[in-house]
Design a protein around this ligand. Structure first.
Ligand SMILES: C[S@@+](CC[C@H](N)C(=O)[O-])C[C@H]1O[C@@H](n2cnc3c(N)ncnc32)[C@H](O)[C@@H]1O
Length: 435
């Protein structure tokens, strides 16, 4: 593909994403490339990178386009991206829009004037409203401020950068060192993540899913923060554990590894499709003490298992505001209404799962959100409704599972963030049912 054809394809991809606003952009991108198999892998990467760059900076690019009187449509957004992110000159942009069958149509006089006016401007400028300068939707500014305080700008900036790729060594198949060596033998270099005893960070972005180490179950893809949630669950061999919102078993796998295949872990979810996705992963990882349970309306499963679990992990459905560096389109799809609906759902799930935990057992509540409403407020509400529970402060919960120094956090919960910890934004509360 020529550079211009790549630009045309990026414009088309952003247009497809816009046409399905409630759908995650990566799902739309998969369909986009599936329908254009003639696009080779290098071109695909370049097209996706450009489109992702636009989605990531959309709020700021839109503001700039408004200043020069252009609509923020995919074509103009890509133009603004070339100018403000890649710092192209107006002439270079002009040449990249030559018209013709596979290229974007030439700039019209209004666009040419706007391109001249935008050149040399700073992507994040001091005359922008604060939320846009920080690349946050309006509604998120105050909750983010409540969460990050004086670190707001640095954390917002860290949410702008793209995320590293972390792997978890599967201790059921070998040690972290053995996994790293197997990856290195395939030319994939990793470093150890700072806190997770199983974490490996890929230094150079390499496709991992086709590697032998992955296919043989030596490693799984998992952000270090997610690994720490599994660690903090504190499951041990022989325990009875429920991973109540297991999805495709990302954390079930990590928790099962800490149990060394002894005891029982049940992966529950309301989505059969997600639970089905767990089957292959559990097999690949060599987990054989896990069962799956599809939660259905009027299900008596929870009632029948009252008080039976030593550990219940609630990796709750949430806004995912902590993963915006990974899913840049999500910051534009998420609305205050989503926050409200998800908070109600989280409350409901917490109240349901409270009964599953045995006396002296632990309920671990986690989200990949940074919004206080889904996190601290949710736990405070729960403790007020359930006096039979108390918080296990993070320092103690960590000491129960690791001799290594903990990540630095304030307060009784494990709150991780991209700037401070290099992970996605996560929240974890460890709650103990009084004996
Ligand atoms: C954050 S995701 C879980 C991710 C998963 N634990 C992992 O580590 O890969 C939240 C999951 O909660 C499930 N869920 C939504 N509502 C639920 C409910 N009422 N009860 C149980 N699970 C629910 C969703 O289907 C989704 O798979």
């Amino acid at each position: 593909m020529t550079p211009s054809a790549r630009i045309a394809a990026a414009i088309a991809l952003v247009a497809d994403v816009d046409a399905t606003p409630r759908r995650p952009a990566d799902a739309t991108a998969n369909d986009f490339f599936r329908g254009r198999r003639y696009i080779g892998s290098g071109d695909r990467r370049a097209v996706a990178e450009r489109a992702w760059g636009v989605l990531r900076q959309r709020l700021r690019l839109t503001w700039h386009l408004e200043q020069v009187g252009l609509p923020a449509r995919p074509r103009q957004l890509v133009m603004a991206h070339l100018l403000l992110v890649d710092e192209w000159t107006p002439d270079r942009v002009d040449q990249a829009f030559p018209g013709g069958r596979f290229n974007p149509p030439p700039l019209d006089p209004g666009e040419r004037r706007a391109v001249e006016a935008l050149a040399g401007r700073k992507l994040a400028s001091s005359d922008m409203p604060e939320a846009i300068r920080l690349n946050l939707p309006d509604w998120a500014l105050e909750p983010f401020r409540a969460r990050f305080g004086a670190d707001l700008a640095e954390e917002a900036l860290a949410m702008d950068a793209s995320a590293p790729l972390d792997l978890r060594a599967n201790l059921l198949r070998g040690t972290r060192e053995e996994a790293a060596a197997a990856l290195a033998a395939e030319g994939i270099n990793t470093t150890m993540t700072p806190w997770s005893p199983w974490g490996l960070r890929i230094s150079d972005r390499r496709p991992i899913l086709a590697s032998k180490a992955f296919l043989e179950g030596l490693v799984e893809v998992q952000d270090e923060g997610s690994q720490l949630i599994a660690l903090l669950t504190g499951a041990k061999p022989g325990m009875r554990v429920a991973d109540y919102c297991a999805g495709a078993a990302g954390k079930t796998l990590a928790v099962a590894a800490t149990m060394a295949n002894k005891g029982r872990i049940v992966a529950c979810d309301v989505s059969n499709t997600r639970l089905e996705g767990a089957v292959k992963r559990l097999r690949r990882a060599g987990v054989d003490n896990a069962e799956r349970h599809l939660l259905e309306q009027g299900d008596r499963w929870v009632k029948r298992r009252a008080g039976q679990f030593d550990r219940v992990l609630v990796d709750a459905p949430c806004t995912g505001t902590g993963t915006w560096r990974r899913n840049p389109d999500a910051r534009l799809r998420t609305t205050p209404r989503d926050v409200m609906e998800l908070a109600a759902k989280q409350q409901d799930i917490l109240d349901t799962t409270a009964g599953l935990v045995a006396k002296g057992g632990r309920l671990v509540y986690a989200t990949c959100s940074v919004l206080p409403e889904e996190n601290v407020a949710q736990v405070e509400g729960f403790l007020a409704r359930h006096p039979e529970y108390e918080t296990v402060p993070f320092a103690q919960a960590w000491a129960d599972v690791s001799d290594a120094p903990p990540p630095e956090v304030e307060g009784p919960f494990m709150q991780l963030s991209p700037h401070r910890h290099g992970t996605d934004g996560f929240f974890t509360a460890v709650l103990q049912r009084r004996a």
